[in-house]
Design a protein around this ligand. Structure first.
Ligand SMILES: Nc1c(NC[C@H](O)[C@H](O)[C@H](O)CO)[nH]c(=O)[nH]c1=O
Ligand SMILES: CC(=O)[C@@H](O)COP(=O)(O)O
Length: 157
């Protein structure tokens, strides 16, 4: 078959890659694990520790506000958003999850840069624990590798 032009990002960070992480304090016991996983993934794939910046916000709903300002600063190659939203007794969960996901996607499209969605949205805390470094992996680590891949890919376009 004719060789096609294939674009894909490698999983080794480009020289000097700068990453900002926005993490929400609500359910901090989980989000701390996501943050640790994200930093671990970035460093183990070549990002220098002093090129990683993290900002804490009160809850997931506040993540897009800070992520947008970080993206607009032009100082970072990628933004990683980390949070944990666990369903309660009311529809609050749905509003928070919907607005946070829409907000993060909007920033990525408007700023033409990778803004990773590392918000764990679960029915209960057991599901969140499983996705923050136990049997279902670590969503923060996953986002770190996706950030590196996306930065490398975007540079090829
Ligand atoms: N219930 C959760 C929240 N709620 C708080 C909102 O994110 C927001 O901080 C508040 O409504 C003020 O604007 N946040 C989470 O991150 N996770 C939750 O489970
Ligand atoms: C996701 C939330 O905001 C949730 O924890 C709030 O709980 P509740 O719906 O019981 O007020």
């Amino acid at each position: 078959m004719k060789e096609i032009n294939l674009l894909e990002g490698k999983l080794v960070a480009k020289e000097g890659m700068k990453v900002a992480i926005v993490a929400s304090r609500f359910n901090e016991i989980i989000v701390n694990k996501l943050l640790g996983g994200a930093v671990d993934g970035l460093v183990r794939h070549g990002v220098q520790e002093d090129n990683i910046t993290a900002a804490w916000v009160p809850g997931a709903f506040e993540i897009p506000t800070v992520a947008q300002k970080l993206a607009m600063s032009g100082k970072y190659d990628a933004i990683i958003c980390l949070g944990t939203v666990i369903r309660g007794q009311t529809s609050h969960y749905d509003y928070v999850c919907n607005e946070v996901s829409k907000g993060i996607a909007q920033i990525s499209l408007q700023q033409h840069m990778p803004v990773l969605f590392g918000i764990v949205t679960t029915e209960n805390i057991e599901q969140a624990i499983a996705r923050a470094g136990s049997k279902a992996g670590n969503k923060g680590y996953d986002c770190a590798l996706s950030a590196i891949e996306m930065v490398n890919l975007m540079e090829q376009i």
